[in-house]
Design a protein around this ligand. Structure first.
Ligand SMILES: Cc1cc2nc3c(=O)[nH]c(=O)nc-3n(C[C@H](O)[C@H](O)[C@H](O)COP(=O)(O)OP(=O)(O)OC[C@H]3O[C@@H](n4cnc5c(N)ncnc54)[C@H](O)[C@@H]3O)c2cc1C
Length: 379
């Protein structure tokens, strides 16, 4: 039996951020820590965006930031400053390299390439089974979405934020790289919530991501055709695709944290750290990992780490609406952006607004569907 104080299952965003924080805290210096993943990630497999004030802890690996965002729809369009925030983009290869450089300075933190099959709570400690070995730990921090129960329940709707993105490079300057397009709903909605997300990271390079908040994924070609159509409409025809990305992030208020136990805690998307109404996870992971380190150091029960708050309920109402009337997404977001400053919306999405601010935002949204969803949840 291979025993460790902590086993981090999955060395992606949340697993590596936890390991990074442990490596920076002397409390963990005499603890043995193992990271298990199918591969030691090095290449750029995703870009993460988040908003934060000018200087934050990841600033040294930020590729590009924007002080202005664009929202577009048939109801409302605007290009506005998000002061005091900056919308920031990090390439995952820079993130992985920063973290591994730090982890390699710590002899108590090890990596093992392994395909994890399952984990299990024991009377004392917990087990991880891989295809080759069985490991035991005092605490398992798991970031792999093993359980399908969230898909097979009916209490909480499950949508996906699904997308395909093309990083394109044009021959000539084609983009205004001082503003990121947060959502462009002028694309054909086809009875869904569909928008284009655009990150121009130089005057001739930009990410175009065709994104949906809906229940069912599309065939790859459909995302591709929509990006191509959008580019033609913008008169962008002379370009090469330098990179591609795709993803599907669960959007649900399902209580992932109920799978936490005495010695096992789920983290990242598997822990319910993806914002249910948007899929944004990076910043939440950055905040939650700081809190989890404190929680572990104080020897607090892992089952009590997660606390449900009002934002969980707001997200639930929005998802209730979008799961029944998916076509309403564009108009709901348009009203939200029409009636509120974007920095206030970002603060709300960060779950940092007061009740008064929440009311200022929510009462300006189309009330009928929210009141109906509220009554259906209560009664
Ligand atoms: C393309 C893409 C773009 C995104 N962009 C943003 C963004 O801009 N902003 C934002 O906030 N969020 C974004 N997200 C959402 C979220 O931030 C990421 O998905 C993030 O990586 C989630 O972190 P995680 O630790 O939960 O999962 P991951 O980072 O996916 O880590 C899970 C790890 O588990 C490993 N693994 C899986 N199965 C096994 C197994 N059986 N055995 C061993 N190892 C295994 C994987 O190799 C992986 O390294 C994006 C997601 C994707 C896919």
């Amino acid at each position: 039996m291979n025993y460790y104080d902590y086993i981090i299952v999955g060395g992606g965003a949340s697993g590596l951020m936890m390991a990074y924080r442990m490596s920076k805290d002397t409390f963990f210096d005499d603890k043995s820590i193992l990271i298990l993943d199918k591969k030691k990630k090095k290449i750029n497999d995703r870009t993460w965006c988040y908003w934060q004030d000018k200087n934050d802890e990841w600033q040294d690996i930020v590729t590009k930031s924007w002080g202005t965002i664009i929202f577009k729809s048939d109801i409302h369009s605007a290009e506005e400053s998000i002061e005091p925030y900056q919308y920031k983009m990090i390439r995952s290869d820079d993130f992985y390299s920063k973290i591994w450089k730090q982890l390699e300075t710590k002899s108590n933190i090890n990596f093992q390439k392994a395909s994890v099959l399952s984990f299990q709570q024991l009377e004392e400690g917990a087990l991880v089974k891989t295809t080759d070995k069985v490991y035991k730990a005092n605490i398992i921090l798991n970031s792999i979405l093993f359980f399908d129960t969230y898909k097979n329940q009916f209490k909480y709707p499950v949508l996906q934020q699904h997308f395909v993105g093309f990083f394109i490079k044009t021959k000539h300057d084609s983009f205004n790289d001082s503003a990121a397009t947060f959502m462009d709903f002028t694309v054909d909605q086809k009875e869904n919530t569909r928008f284009m997300y655009i990150l121009p990271y130089s005057k001739n390079e930009a990410l175009f991501e065709y994104t949906l908040f809906s229940k069912t994924l599309l065939a790859y070609d459909e995302y591709k055709l929509e990006i191509e159509k959008y580019l033609v409409n913008k008169n962008i025809t002379d370009y090469e695709i330098v990179e591609k990305e795709k993803g599907s992030i669960p959007m649900t208020s399902y209580k992932f944290w109920k799978h936490n136990s005495k010695n096992i805690i789920n983290i990242g998307t598997a822990g319910g750290w993806s914002k249910a109404s948007t899929g944004f996870t990076f910043k939440k992971t950055s905040i939650k990992t700081v809190k989890l380190i404190k929680h572990i150091k104080q020897n607090e029960p892992l089952t009590e780490f997660h606390k449900i708050d009002k934002f969980w309920f707001y997200d639930l109402l929005l998802l209730d609406i979008l799961s029944k009337k998916n076509y309403l997404g564009g108009s709901i977001f348009a009203k939200m952006f029409q009636k509120n400053r974007p920095n206030k919306i970002l603060k709300f999405l960060d779950e940092e607004t007061s009740l008064v601010e929440d009311l200022q935002i929510t009462l300006k949204m189309p009330p009928k569907n929210f009141i109906k969803a509220l009554f259906q949840r209560i009664f």
